[in-house]
Design a protein around this ligand. Sequence first.
Ligand code: IPE
Ligand code: IPE
Ligand code: MG
Length: 240
Amino acid sequence: MAPDPSTLPRHIGIIMDGNGRWAKKRGLERTEGHKQGAKVFRDIATYCSELGIEAVTFYAFSTENWRRPEKEVHAIMDIFRDFLAELEQREAENEEMGFRIRFIGDKSRLPADIVSLLDITESRSAEKKRTTVNVAVNYGGRQEIVHAARLLAQQAVDGTISVDQITESLFSRYTYTGDLPDPDVIIRPSGEMRLSNFLTWQSAYSELWFSDVLWPDFTRKDLDQMLSDFAKRNRRFGGV
Ligand code: IPE
Ligand code: IPE
Ligand code: MG
């Protein structure tokens, strides 16, 4: 059933988890799960854009995911390369992508060729206004907070701002999602019930929605279910 537009969240966060278990269940390499997960990402991002959601932030690779075996990290980087190359190809064929894509996280540790592909993809879609799709790559909520704190500290040292000008709203503007509303809801599939360093600052009042479905099996119907559950939540923000 189509969701009622007046109850839609403005910003959704999605932790794309369960790729490895999905592959294992099928006797496949974990990499195959990541490949399928990337397909689901495209479909759900497109669906959010069709629904007119203002912003969606997908967690693709965390600052902690470097702890995985080198082979898996390499395979994930190759999937990013293929994904970015495919986007470029579609753009060349004039296929409308419908959403603005941005990459959030610490790009400095990523391979240089990936960083330039990320930059090209971002600037090509910059004019699209309908939905902002953030992809969190080498992202960690704590890293983001430290990053924002450093930017503000530098400004204070330079005398551009005074220390008492540092407020919650100014701090928010220095996070990677500074021009977007905080996520109204964060989705975590795969049965885990934790945030794993995702949107640590922004999730202070986010609704949390968990599902046992593994990300590569996640469908538009699951998103509809989340939207219908979300519409029934009573958000009080500390009030009555
Ligand atoms: C999420 O799936 C993708 C990344 C963290 C890169 P996982 O790879 O964590 O899948 P599981 O949790 O092992 O099933
Ligand atoms: C969180 O999943 C990171 C991403 C989905 C990118 P993990 O699979 O890395 O989280 P943990 O280790 O189970 O907390
Ligand atoms: Mg996982």
